[in-house]
Write a protein that binds this ligand. Structure first.
Ligand code: MTE
Ligand code: MO
Length: 411
């Protein structure tokens, strides 16, 4: 896929000689550029089935990082047994017990600490359901040039599902959110196998935690969550990348100071100003700092029923299918180009499943000339944000939303 000289060039640009400590490598960390991983890893696809899952594309086994093959994205909702799996830590409870599960709410900005069983959550609060896209910040990282280290995701570190649970704000209200609350920190039952690995603790700004759409979910597409996707309980933070969607969540703290743990800083950061459309997470920004947490999802799209190199018959109409998504402002337009980006025609937007769902699109494509051809898709949202043509490079390999160009062969 890539030439060796490209790799050497990329390695040079990344600063030769730096390597990560073993625990950080095990956790799939990527903030220190290392030249030891060759690019083009995405060309390799090893299919392997985890318990309860269909064969998925294995990236790493410990921790478990598996992506969904693109053909599943032709369905509006991604089946649970084909849904991608991403863990940072190696020690994941294999048989979490719903009957004894406890969610603890505390923190210095909570009025009174509280504890809820799954039964409490299912009986004491109003239940809500919504469709939302779960998208890994590093989806498509494997396409970064210069190459960046980390899990070398291709297109499949995402999935769209219908989630059911209760509003986080209703549950927090029982503990009481004090005026001085600034963030809400989130912790799951997973642990690092080496005690040096920092626990995976994230935090949200209070406004996002109290958003009506942020939910504690126990159901996914009408079924209990699969263990690998966070059974018995996970947070769903619609519109924000999945790093905040804490799985197997068992501890939440309402806090009056920014959470300064490793997974908030230095991990999961983007250079300040490079993605002007994303939400600001102000309490996590240092005065004079040059980076900011990754937050909301950038506008993006892809084709789902054609693979690069596909052979299509000339003079026939092929209905191209795809999906487009953003952070909930809403996709209003998807355009397709058949001539390398010179001219664009509107695709048809399919059924709207809610503002945090991806949106399917279709486009009748009738190639007339034999030989090499290509199609491109570009989405635009209600705020006028669109995709980029040249990669917005950043050291951790986040927010890849370069317009996809699929090369085809017309016979
Ligand atoms: N407890 C816990 N929750 C977690 C993570 C984790 O490592 N531990 N990873 C997060 C990240 S970065 C992603 S992309 C999503 C992946 O969700 P999935 O495995 O259900 O697809 O889970 C998030 N929630
Ligand atoms: Mo992620």
């Amino acid at each position: 896929m890539k030439q060796r000289r490209d790799f050497l060039k990329a390695a040079g640009a990344a600063g030769a000689g730096l390597t990560l400590p073993a625990w950080a490598q095990a956790a799939g960390l990527f903030d220190i550029p290392t030249p030891t991983l060759p690019s083009g890893d995405v060309a390799e696809s090893v299919l392997h089935a985890l318990p309860g899952k269909k064969p998925l594309i294995k990236r790493t086994y410990r921790p478990t990082n598996y992506e969904t093959p693109v053909e599943y994205f032709n369905e509006a909702l991604t089946p649970n047994d084909a849904f991608f799996v991403r863990w940072h830590l190696a020690d994941i409870p294999q048989a979490p017990d719903e009957k004894n599960w406890k969610l603890k709410i505390g923190g210095d900005a909570a009025d009174t600490p509280a504890e809820f069983s799954m039964q409490d959550l299912k009986t004491q609060f109003e239940q809500v359901e919504l469709v939302a896209l779960c998208l890994c910040s590093g989806n498509r990282r494997g396409f970064f040039e210069p190459h960046v280290p980390g899990v070398e995701w291709s297109y499949g570190a995402m999935g769209n599902a219908r989630w059911k649970g209760v509003r986080l704000k209703d549950v927090l209200a029982k503990a009481g959110v004090k005026k001085e609350a600034i963030e809400v920190s989130l912790n799951g039952a997973d642990k690092g196998s080496l005690d040096k690995t920092p626990d995976f603790i994230k935090s949200l700004p209070v406004w996002k935690a109290l958003d009506d759409n942020t939910i504690l979910a126990w159901e996914m597409n009408g079924q209990p969550l699969p263990v690998h996707n966070g059974y018995p309980l996970r947070l769903v933070v619609p519109g924000w990348t999945a790093t905040y969607w804490t799985k197997m969540i068992d501890e939440i703290n309402i806090i009056s100071k920014p959470w300064s743990g490793f997974w908030m800083n230095p991990a999961y950061r983007v250079p300040l100003g490079k993605f002007p459309a994303i939400d600001r997470f102000v309490s996590q920004e240092a005065p004079g700092g040059t980076n900011t947490p990754i937050t909301s999802i950038v506008v993006n799209s892809m084709f789902t029923n054609i693979q690069p190199g596909a052979k299509l018959a000339s003079g026939r109409t092929h209905v191209l299918k795809g999906i487009a998504w953003d952070d909930g402002r809403g996709i209003v337009l998807v355009e397709v180009s058949e001539d390398g980006g010179r001219s664009w025609r509107d695709a048809k937007l399919e059924k709207d499943l809610g503002k945090y769902s991806w949106r399917q699109f279709s486009y009748p494509y009738t190639p007339r000339k034999r030989g090499a051809a290509s199609v491109m898709a570009r989405a635009t949202n209600a705020a006028g944000n669109t995709q980029t043509f040249s990669l917005i490079w950043n050291p951790a390999g986040y927010n890849h939303n370069v317009v996809q160009k699929v090369d085809l062969h017309i016979a």
